[in-house]
Design a protein around this ligand. Structure first.
Ligand code: GN1
Ligand code: MG
Length: 547
């Protein structure tokens, strides 16, 4: 089939001219930025998704339009590879090149990609597209579709979906529906059926009460949770708030709760110790929290979720009598106390990888059962084909293995999925007869703080050792080490964000005061050595506000 590349340029020039002169980079989770500059980026990503599908013999490639936890004016786009993974690294570079060339260079750049990779443009190409509920998403979705169509690819629109639903659809289709049906109903049915089978009809057990408060971050997660509940006939007693009446992620959602270490606004005053669940704008992250009888806020983040799940799965695997290894994958943001708990109490192998789901996912695939979570609540569990086969066989005769099979079906293995993760956590707490306090009591978190520092060029900071050690600028790591040495249980590291134009500073220490002092000392050092912009970060007088 002849594809007229000249049409590309005409299309780009007339419909999606490149407006942003500043270079942008395919970051931790694709391209992100102010939505008003993204039309041309979306169009070109449609073109790229189409090429990638052709390159992979027509396998479905997903495109998700979202800026996740970022504020309302932002949007973004990420590509989903056929197995549900994030776009492979070598194509990230191609993506970056493609969105940064001028409109005039577009035709030649695409021709170059086709030639370099030997893409047969006569082959079929299939692209799935979905978006979050930001007001500018529909217009950006149209740009992606036009990109696919301008190279004569097939495009299927899924409308407003969560990021993990898109990953699910891509994998379901590419596995010829073995993973599930690539439809909204197929997704709900798979998760709900498994969840209800495991919990049975006795919905309360021990300290476990069937009641949760759900904070939808005014994002797509809220509407999808309502769809889940419609189909659940009371098997989960859940009330949904921040359903879309306010701005997405504004003073609510998983990122707000984790970073600010306080409850979302827009939630009702609950009885002490009520389980509250916050998801982010595209519902791929989840954290739990509760306020106790003393009015104290308590956070149960991704590290807590990973340890709860690993503990439960190990127990279940033992009961199945199967020889399967399980490992946990974290990033440097994991609380030091969680890592100690994993090593000393759970006695499970734990690995540390750079930030970003793609790194965690790949590492987790090295185990029979890989549990991965970022501290911010982004994660899932992956089972190897061998593990699944062993569990399936054993389920014919062993009840625990039959339960484990259902557990696998509650999990969205393709990527972190806030709602699926929540259903799994509810399953585990129910099975253990635990309330939030039982869960919190497993270990004591080290007080910690996350800060952002504005610098001229965040890429002047480079790191190694899974982002825990700075290589450049000169003297930063030495200075940081000296500061950290003054704090009991002190740990701190800095890295350039892959989604925002800032440098992130993480610090933890034995006391809250120390964690805060440490974070601000390190932030000031970054400001000094890495070209800080504006005021030097200083600890606010009251010691209680966070950037
Ligand atoms: C400290 C932190 O929470 N970083 C987040 C954030 O990445 P940065 O590269 O730190 O901006 O967004 C990513 C995408 O959602 C997520 O994977 C990651 O965990
Ligand atoms: Mg997200």
């Amino acid at each position: 089939m002849a594809v007229n590349l000249r049409a590309l340029y005409a299309f780009a020039r007339e419909m999606y001219p490149k407006k942003n002169p500043n270079p942008i980079q395919y970051g931790t989770a694709g391209f992100r930025g102010d939505a008003k500059y993204l039309d041309s980026v979306m169009y070109r990503m449609g073109v790229l998704a189409c090429l990638r599908s052709r390159f992979l013999d027509g396998k479905v490639i997903g495109v998700m339009i979202t800026a996740s936890h970022n504020p309302e004016p932002d949007n973004g786009v990420k590509l989903i590879d056929p197995q549900g993974e994030m776009l492979v690294g070598s194509w990230e570079e191609i993506a970056t090149k493609l969105v940064n060339v001028s409109d005039k260079e577009l035709e030649a750049t695409v021709a170059g990609i086709i030639e370099d990779l030997g893409i047969d443009i006569g082959k079929k190409s299939n692209v799935y597209v979905g978006m979050d509920n930001r007001y500018h998403s529909p217009q950006l979705l149209k740009a992606v579709c036009d990109g696919v169509l301008s190279l004569k690819g097939n495009v299927k629109e899924f409308g407003i979906v969560t990021t993990p639903m898109m990953h699910f659809y891509v994998v379901a289709q590419n596995t010829s529906k073995a993973y599930g049906l690539p439809t909204e109903e197929g997704y709900y049915t798979k998760l709900i059926t498994a969840f209800e089978k495991i919990r049975g009809t006795k919905l309360e057990k021990g300290n476990y009460k069937n009641k949760i408060v759900f904070d939808g971050a005014n994002g797509v997660g809220a509407r999808k949770m309502l769809q889940f509940l419609k189909r659940m006939n009371g098997s989960l007693n859940c009330e949904v708030f921040n359903k879309g009446e306010g701005k997405i992620n504004h003073e609510c959602g998983a990122d707000f709760v984790k970073v600010q270490q306080k409850p979302s606004s827009g939630l009702p005053i609950t009885e002490p110790n009520t389980r509250c669940v916050s998801v982010d704008g595209d519902a791929d992250r989840v954290v739990y929290f509760f306020t106790d009888e003393n009015g104290q806020f308590n956070l149960l983040d991704g590290d807590r979720i990973a340890t709860l799940i690993a503990d439960y799965l190990m127990d279940l695997v033992r009961k199945c009598g199967l020889d399967l290894n399980l490992g946990i994958v974290q990033t440097a943001y994991a609380n030091g106390a969680s890592t100690d708990y994993i090593v000393q109490k759970l006695k499970v192998p734990v690995a540390c990888v750079p930030t970003g789901v793609k790194h965690l996912h790949h590492k987790a695939q090295e185990y029979d059962i890989g549990v991965y979570f970022e501290a911010n609540g982004h994660g899932t569990i992956v089972f190897s084909a061998k593990a699944k086969e062993m569990i399936r066989k054993s389920a014919e005769t062993n009840e625990s293995s039959a339960t484990l099979l259902n557990v696998i079906d509650v999990i969205n293995e393709t990527v972190g999925d806030a709602i699926s993760d929540m259903l799994l956590i509810e399953t585990i707490l129910h099975s253990k007869g635990w309330d939030v306090k039982d869960w919190l009591n497993t270990y004591v978190d080290l007080p910690n703080l996350l800060l952002k520092v504005k610098v001229q060029d965040r890429n002047c900071i480079t790191t190694t050792n899974a982002e825990r050690t700075c290589v450049t600028p000169n003297g930063l790591q030495e200075g940081l080490d000296k500061i950290v040495a003054n704090y009991q249980r002190g740990r701190s590291f800095v890295r350039p964000s892959g989604t925002e134009d800032v440098v992130r500073v993480y610090a933890e220490a034995a006391s809250r005061e120390d964690a805060e002092l440490l974070a601000y000392e390190v932030a000031a050092l970054v400001h000094k050595l890495a070209g800080g912009v504006g005021e030097v970060p200083t600890l606010p007088p009251k010691h209680n506000s966070h950037i």
